[in-house]
Design a protein around this ligand. Structure first.
Ligand code: HEM
Length: 456
């Protein structure tokens, strides 16, 4: 077999790369198709070249466990998460080992149950108002709408600002530019490239966050940013100003695009399998009126399973990168020090040896009596695992339940197209065409008045 790539990786097979672009275009066009074909041809360990960088793919649930649990501290995040470099440096995900553990302990303060109660109260207050702005009886694209909604909601929950505050659009634009730069093909801030816009966005956000720190550190605000400004670990350690802005900048990104992607998959699933939407509507109708508290959120097991199933089919982070900090051996193959590796929750979550009829939408596979996710510790890992396991997992579930309940209390979603949805998987999965839907009215309240221009 012919070998491609650097001499250190000559012992690892892989598909033949394009001399100029490697496998970049093929991966951007059809990431899963490319990956499955390469796995079929070369087995569970092979190399590819993406955006000028060679990397080794390690397939299977055991590989996920080996890399993410990382008992021997073999794998660096800071060196591995190349797309986030220059844009999200200093974020929690970009730190390694003891330093990472120290920072994670401080950030955990912002996720304690007292803080969560405040975020839930803010979401309960804002969601009905923001959802009432969505048109009824008219086709619109769900994905851009939910992205805008979650950004405006985030202004309140994360920054303690009114979603209609005139500064919010500029902050959102800077933030969107920053995220768009993560997978720009040009990795230096050459004028007018995505990276150039991204770095400008980062500067603007960091400047704005710095201005907010003084008032938030001493104030009693209960939004996420205020919590992070005051957060300390058990030893009373807190962050410097620089650290606060780096962490917050990363946190906004970690929270936003992932949740918007998950909500789009959920909306796609509920419009494609409407019986499941009806089951969730029945669950929502059984909840008490008004704001939803912990007890109400706990009474939504069907919604929870449907969201888990959505994240199984289209996980927002389908591949997780790392870089070896020493020579590492996996299944008899040496990964030399400095090798970029990726493990693949998205592929594992569709493996027929782990999941029954893996391409079907079947939330009951997560029910206690079936528990297909227990077939391997890493059969279902959309939130990763090990030291870097998502800190916002519970937050994301709560946000999705609140969104679903507040929407389906008053509306029913229908697909506005006969064409099956297709997904752009890189950088983060989103439905091509934006997922056109129509909302039908169910019942009205003062919180969600029918729009005057409703067509239904
Ligand atoms: C459906 C929604 C979400 C998904 C699928 C998701 C997925 C992930 C994954 C896979 C990782 C680990 C990446 C790695 O190991 O390299 C991660 C880390 C992280 N996530 Fe999430 N996430 C979601 C929502 C959120 C939310 C809402 C927040 C905050 C409110 C958040 C905050 C974080 C943080 C701070 C980390 C870094 C943890 C560390 O490095 O110790 N995420 N997320």
């Amino acid at each position: 077999m012919a070998h491609y790539g650097p001499a250190e990786l000559a012992h690892i097979p892989g598909p033949r790369p394009d001399p100029l672009l490697g496998h970049t275009l093929k991966i951007m066009r059809d990431c899963y198709g490319f990956t499955l074909a390469a796995r079929e041809a070369h087995g569970d360990i092979y190399k590819t070249k993406l955006i000028g960088q060679w990397r080794v793919l390690l397939h299977g649930a055991d590989a996920l466990e080996f890399v993410l649990i990382d008992r021997d501290r073999n794998f660096s995040n800071q060196e591995g998460w190349l797309p986030l470099r220059n844009l999200f440096d200093g974020g929690l995900l970009m730190r390694d080992f003891d330093e990472h553990r120290r920072h994670r302990r401080i950030m955990q303060a912002a996720f304690r149950s007292k803080a969560m109660e405040e975020y839930v109260a803010r979401m309960n207050a804002e969601l009905p108002r923001l959802l009432a702005e969505w048109p009824v009886g008219k086709r619109f694209a769900f994905y851009p709408a939910v992205k805008e909604l979650t950004l405006r909601l985030g202004a309140s929950v994360f920054m303690g600002m009114d979603p209609d505050d005139p500064r919010v659009p500029a902050l959102n634009k800077a933030f969107v530019d920053e995220i768009a730069a993560t997978y720009g093909l040009v990795r230096k801030p050459v004028p007018l490239t995505k990276m150039w816009h991204g770095i400008r966005g980062r500067r603007y956000l960091i400047q704005t966050f710095k201005e907010l720190i003084a008032e938030r550190r001493d104030g009693g605000g209960e939004d996420f940013f205020s919590q992070m400004c005051r957060a300390t670990d058990d030893d009373g350690d807190r962050w410097t100003e620089e650290e606060i802005v780096d962490h917050f900048n990363f946190l906004l990104m970690a929270a936003h695009d992932t949740t918007a992607s998950g909500l789009a998959t959920m909306a796609w699933a509920l419009t494609t399998w409407p019986d499941w939407q009806e089951r969730i509507i029945a669950e929502v109708d059984a909840l008490p009126e008004g704001p939803l508290d912990d007890a109400a959120l706990n009474a939504m097991p069907v919604t929870e399973r449907a969201f888990k199933e959505a994240l199984r089919l289209v996980p927002p982070v389908p591949f997780i990168p790392r870089r070896t900090v020493r020579d590492v051996e996996w299944q008899g193959v040496t990964l030399p020090k400095g090798t970029h590796v990726s493990v693949c929750p998205g592929i594992v979550q569709l493996q027929p040896d782990l999941w029954t009829d893996p391409d079907s939408f079947d939330p009951d596979r997560f029910s206690p009596n079936r528990a297909e996710d227990r077939r391997h510790k890493f059969a279902w890992s959309p939130f990763g695992g090990g030291a870097h396991k998502c800190l916002g997992m519970h937050f994301a579930m709560v946000q999705v339940k609140l969104f679903t309940a507040h929407l389906l209390r008053h509306r029913r979603m229908q697909s506005a197209t006969d064409a099956p949805a297709t997904w752009q998987m890189v950088p983060i999965p989103w439905p091509k065409g934006g997922l056109p839907i129509v909302l039908e009215p169910r019942r009205e309240t003062a919180a969600a008045p029918a729009k005057e221009d409703a067509v239904a």
